[in-house]
Design a protein around this ligand. Structure first.
Ligand code: DGY
Length: 330
């Protein structure tokens, strides 16, 4: 097909070219800036003609945007989470929405353990002290942290990532509690994981890690009441979505030592403004949404997003479709 007849695709952000080779010769692309925090104005004129949209989790795909893109046939999100997309509005237009599950499970579980260990062992503070000249001698009572072995990890949400965290935590000798629909008994006993309700998990755990998607039900699910249930030394880890935790309540919990600390890969708002009081909390470790940030994982996410996009353009079922009901007979 002549290049000018290929379908037009909007890529909301520029990405490394070697991640996008699958698109070559299959579509025309217009590309937004790499650091766009919202749908970039430079892409507006292309919405009327675009047949595909390849977007990141920072881009809101809502009714307003969809109205301006009447020819859109596929939305491909380069993320497993898709809370940035109004899926119902896409479904109403019979637009399939793709995501990238599976390929980021290990990387996100690894980062969860890295945050948990860093917070438990005060690694950011110890590293800062060493660099800044406060490492005077081997200090028997300095930089004391928490053990993992024999302590309890509460996993809120036992999907793919929750389970991958469970496997890793088991290797560290941790006891496991979880909330979610029950796992098959053989997997529960292989992991040594016990299913409980959220209040029991919060009361019994030394570490709590969140792995639920952001939905109306999970938005704000960790607030003042829940934080007050946690042990005073407990550490909260969030690699899921920022709004699952109520930021003001978390700040209060850290300031008033209701809990021992927090380690956050995600925040609400995201990013936090640089002067946000959470940054001033010594018991709060914050990293910039890097759960899936390994070279292989990000490349696989982009490739999967390309596969979803091309399937949509070619009228095939998306390999990973979050609204398969679009394929039901009209
Ligand atoms: C996702 O894919 O939803 C992650 O948050 C990206 O790291």
């Amino acid at each position: 097909m002549a290049a000018e007849n290929l379908p037009l695709v909007i890529l909301t952000h520029s990405l490394p070219a070697e991640w996008l080779t699958k698109l070559e010769g299959k579509c025309r692309t217009v590309v937004g800036p790499w650091d766009a925090t919202h749908f970039d104005a430079s892409l507006e004129p292309y919405l009327a003609e675009a047949e595909g949209l390849f977007c990141l989790l920072t881009i809101k795909v809502d009714e307003e945007l969809l109205k301006r893109a009447p020819k859109l046939r596929v939305v491909s999100n380069m993320a497993v989470g898709y809370d940035n997309i109004d899926v119902a509005a896409c479904t109403a237009r019979r637009i399939p929405v793709g995501n990238t599950p599976g390929v980021l499970t290990a990387a996100t579980a690894d980062l969860t353990m890295a945050l948990l260990l860093a917070a438990a062992r005060q690694i950011p503070q110890a590293s800062k002290d060493a660099r800044e000249g406060r490492w005077i001698t081997w200090s028997p009572a300095g930089w004391l942290g928490a053990d993992l072995e024999g302590t309890t990890l509460g996993i809120v949400g036992m999907g793919k990532i929750g389970r991958a965290v469970a496997q890793r935590a088991k290797g560290f000798g941790m006891k496991l509690l979880y909330t979610d629909i029950p796992l098959p008994p053989e997997i529960e006993s292989e992991l040594g994981a016990k299913r409980v309700e959220l209040p029991e998990l919060l009361r019994e755990s030394d570490f709590v890690t969140l792995h639920v998607p952001l939905t109306p039900e999970t938005r704000g699910m960790i607030g003042e009441e829940q934080l007050r249930m946690m042990k005073p030394h407990a550490i909260l880890v969030n690699t899921a979505r920022g709004p699952v935790v109520q930021t003001a309540a978390l700040l209060k919990a850290l300031q008033q030592n209701w809990i021992g600390g927090a380690a956050l890969d995600v925040t609400d708002p995201e990013p936090l403004p640089p002067d946000h009081p959470l940054y001033a909390q010594p018991n709060c470790l914050i990293v910039p949404h890097i759960g899936s940030a390994t070279r292989n994982t990000r490349r696989r996410m982009a490739e999967l997003a390309c596969e979803n996009l091309l399937a949509g353009l070619e009228g095939r079922h998306l390999p990973n479709c979050v609204n398969p009901e679009v394929y039901a007979e009209a």
